[in-house]
Ligand binder design. Structure first.
Ligand code: CO
Length: 401
């Protein structure tokens, strides 16, 4: 039903001003009105707003590849006031996964927020992935997530509200699986879909896992395969292998909860999750904050099917290059490790796994516990070799000991 009175009032004003009052870049009457007899300004909506649109076709950069690069970010944050409050145990200064605020000697708040563009086509699966990714930073800090607030950007005048509903449903269901209550949220109209959550949890101040406590001898364990960035990019250009995409989607939808529980039980002190800055970016932060040099065994890194072939064929996105700009300063590639292995280290991950530095004596038990809890891809990918300048030495494989 068209409210002609309302339309006349709104369009009258637009025509008088010389442009649409909802979008001053458009003339009035606009193209949509001329073609489909719909005035968005008057609150009218297209009857046939698309419902079954493939979400990744709507975005420029998929998932965590939509993150602002580390180089640009450092420039944008330069000179901002630092936090001097003794209750702030972890702030953005140390590039940790979440901020931590002490409430009592035994309790601290741990908080993080993460929002990104669609990385899969199905709205419900995208919602699950956005939720699993958002809550991951709490797990990476050793925290117990409790509550969340959603943040949605959505082109509500172009797409059916049912798509947004499916996204939210996927997110809420995944957070329920994590035992997290969604308290509310905020939505904005935007040209591109973006979705994520601000998540709050609790952690014991003495038991949080930071990125600064790795020690020589520690074993590095990664709990999920990598390569989601390359697969997403390949999908956008029609070159992704179906098998790799299916593996990656399943992995991105999985919570890091079981991995975090195994990690806490093992008394680990140092961990992070691998997201937008790639394995090199996040491991580089551990090396820098801990003041250590690490070794990574390229062929031991779990990777989704088809990713190495794509990299060899030159299917390497701009997001990989932005990560390389920043993180290549950490990386020293040994003879024998191919260039494509190094490129893999810069692949931006969406809802990636935990990267754990565990004492050597506890590593076999932790790996077994991870596998027992269903974290089947978990693998030893390297070790902390010595104190020293932040450096990642990339070898093809582990030296025989
Ligand atoms: Co993180």
């Amino acid at each position: 039903m068209i409210d002609y009175q309302k339309r006349k009032r709104v369009m009258g004003r637009s025509i008088k001003l010389g442009h649409c009052i909802c979008n001053p870049k458009d003339p009035c009457p606009c193209d949509l009105f001329k073609q489909k007899n719909v005035c968005l300004c008057a609150g009218e909506r297209e009857e046939d707003a698309p419902e079954d649109v493939a979400l990744t076709t709507l975005v420029e950069n998929a998932g965590c590849a939509s993150k602002i690069g580390q180089e640009d970010l450092k420039r944008a944050l330069a000179g901002l006031p630092r936090v001097f409050d003794p209750r702030v145990l972890v702030s953005s200064d140390t590039c940790d996964d979440a901020g931590v605020y002490k409430l009592t000697p035994n309790t601290a708040l741990v908080q993080s927020v993460d929002v990104f563009t669609p990385v899969v086509d199905d709205p419900y699966a995208f919602g699950e992935i956005a939720a699993a990714n958002s809550v991951s930073d709490i797990y990476a800090m050793g925290g117990n997530p409790l509550t969340a607030l959603s943040i949605v950007a959505f082109p509500i005048d172009k797409l059916s509200p049912r798509i947004m509903n499916r996204m939210l449903q996927g997110g809420v269901d995944k957070l329920r699986e994590a035992g997290v209550a969604v308290l509310g949220g905020h939505s904005i109209k935007d040209r591109e879909i973006k979705f994520g959550f601000a998540v709050t949890g609790l952690v014991h101040p003495d038991k949080m896992t930071v990125n600064s406590k790795a020690e020589p001898g520690d074993v590095l364990i990664l709990t999920k395969p990598i390569g989601t960035g390359t697969l997403s990019f390949a999908r956008q250009i029609g070159r992704a292998p179906a098998e790799g995409l299916a593996e990656a989607e399943l992995s991105m939808r999985a919570l890091n909860r079981a991995a975090a529980e195994a990690m806490s039980a093992a008394g680990v002190t140092t961990a992070t999750d691998i997201t937008g800055f790639g394995l090199a970016g996040h491991l580089g932060e551990i090396a820098a904050q801990s003041g250590v040099e690490v070794e990574v065994y390229g062929e031991a890194i779990p990777v989704f099917t088809g990713v190495m072939d794509l990299i060899r064929e030159g299917v390497i996105s701009g997001a990989v290059e932005r990560n390389r700009e920043y993180a290549s300063a950490f990386v020293k590639r040994e003879k024998g490790a191919g260039e494509e292995l190094e490129t893999l280290l810069y692949d931006p991950q969406t809802s990636g796994g935990l990267l754990i530095a565990v004492r050597k004596s506890k590593a076999p038990a932790l790996l077994a516990a991870l596998h027992k809890r269903g974290v089947s891809a978990a693998a030893v990918i390297g070790r902390v070799s010595r104190k020293g300048a932040a450096r990642i030495v990339l070898r093809a494989k582990a030296p025989r000991s």
